[in-house]
Design a protein around this ligand. Sequence first.
Ligand code: SAM
Length: 431
Amino acid sequence: MTTPDPRLSAVRALDRVIPGKGDGQSLREVLRDFPLQGSDGGLMRDICFGVCRHLRPLNHWLNQQLAKPLKPSAQPVRLALLAGLYELWFSDRPAHAIVNAYPQLCRKMKAPWAAGLSNAVLRKASKLTIEEALEGAPANIQLSLPDWLHKCWVQDWPDQAEAIAQANLYSPPFTLRVNRQQQQRPDAIATLGEGVRPGELSPWSLYVSPARPVSQLPGFDQGALSVQDEAAQLPAELLQAPPRGRILDACAAPGGKTGQLWEKFPHADLVALELDPRRLTRVEENLARLGATATLLQGDASQPDQWWDGTPFDAILLDAPCSATGILRRQPDAKWHRKASDIPALVDLQARMLDALWPLLQPGGMLVYATCSVLRDENDRQISAFLQRQPQARDVTPRPEQATMVDAGWQLFPQQDGSDGFYLACLRKNL
Ligand SMILES: C[S@@+](CC[C@H](N)C(=O)[O-])C[C@H]1O[C@@H](n2cnc3c(N)ncnc32)[C@H](O)[C@@H]1O
C-alpha cells in the first residue's frame, strides 16, 4: 500500500472545508478522515491550518496573477496553488522543494494542464515576501478577515482590532489543566520535564512548548491532565458554590468544564445539560477518563420546563454557544463559515438562556456566563442588558486592573493575555 501524499491529502481536506460555494465542513472534523501520522501528518495539518488562516491574502495575490479566473470546477487546483503560496511565505521548508512539489501534485490530481501554471505562479511568488506581495492591499485582506468581522472588531475595539486580528494569525499555545484530585501543579511540571511553565491566570494551568501528542503526556489516559486553554479554565475556577452544593453546567459538551467542575467540587451534585445528544456522549467519555461523575441531561437550556426537576441550583455555569471569534487561532476555518447574520441569532439565544436559567438559581447563588467570543454584543453588552433586566443580579467578576475596560465582566484577548479570546461574567443573585 502506498502512503498518501500529505500535500494531496491537504488539498482534498481543504476542498471539503473551503468549497467554492456554500457552507463547508469544519476542518477539525474533516481531519479525522485523514489519519496521517508523523512528519507527513504534521505537513498536511500545517498546510490545512495555514491556508485557512491566511486564505484571504493568498487568494488576493493569486487572483492578481491569473489572466482569467479559474473555473469553479478547478477549485482543487486553486487550493493546491494556495497551499504552495502558504508554504513559500509562511513555512521554513526550502523554496525550490515547494516550487517543484506542486506541478507534480497537479499531475497527481489529474490536472496536468495546471502544472505549468503552478510552476509559473510559485516561481514568481518565491521571489517575493508576503509583505511585498500584499503591498497596498486593504487591511481586511492583509489581516485575513471577512469584511463583516473586520468591521465588527474595528467598531468594538478601535484601538486593538489590528492586534487582535494579527494574534489570530499565529498557532495557539498548548495549554493543560492539572487535575487537582491527582497531583499538585509543581509535581506535574516536574513530571513533564522541559518546556513547561505555569500560567498566571489559572492556578492549575500549564503551558507546554512545543506541543505534544496527548499520548505522550504522563497520566493523560488516567485523567491527570486535560487539554484546555487558560482563559477557558477561568469560569469554573471563579464559580463559587458550597462543596456539597447543586451545580448546573448548562451547555456542557464536550465536557471540558464539567470535568473541571468535578475536580474542583468532587462532592457536589453536578448536573451537565447539553442540547445535542451526540455531543452528550463526548461529555460521558471525558468524565470517564477523569473518573468523574455527573448527572447528564439532554435538553435545551433556554427551556428548563422540559428538563428541570424544580430543585434550585447553588451555582450555574452558562458556557454559551457563540461566534467562536476568540478561538480563530484554533479554528481558523470558522472565519469563513460564520456570517454576519449569525450574530444576532446567537445574541438572542444567549439572552434567552440567561433569562431562562436565572430563576433556577438560589438567592445568594452565582451564575458564571462565558463565551469564546470577542464581540461585545455577545459579551459585555449582553451582560449589561441582562443586569438592566434583572435588578437582583450583581456583577461580581474579579477583573485584574490591567484588563481592558468593559461595561461588565472580563474580556480576555490573545494579544494581551496569551490565552484565547474569551469573556466571562460572574453574576451574584441578591439574597
Ligand atoms: C461553547 S460549547 C460548550 C463547551 C463546554 N462547556 C466545554 O467546556 O467543553 C456550547 C455547547 O452548547 C450546546 N448548546 C447549543 N444550544 C444549546 C441549548 N439551547 N441548550 C443547551 N446546550 C446548547 C452546543 O451543542 C455546545 O456543545
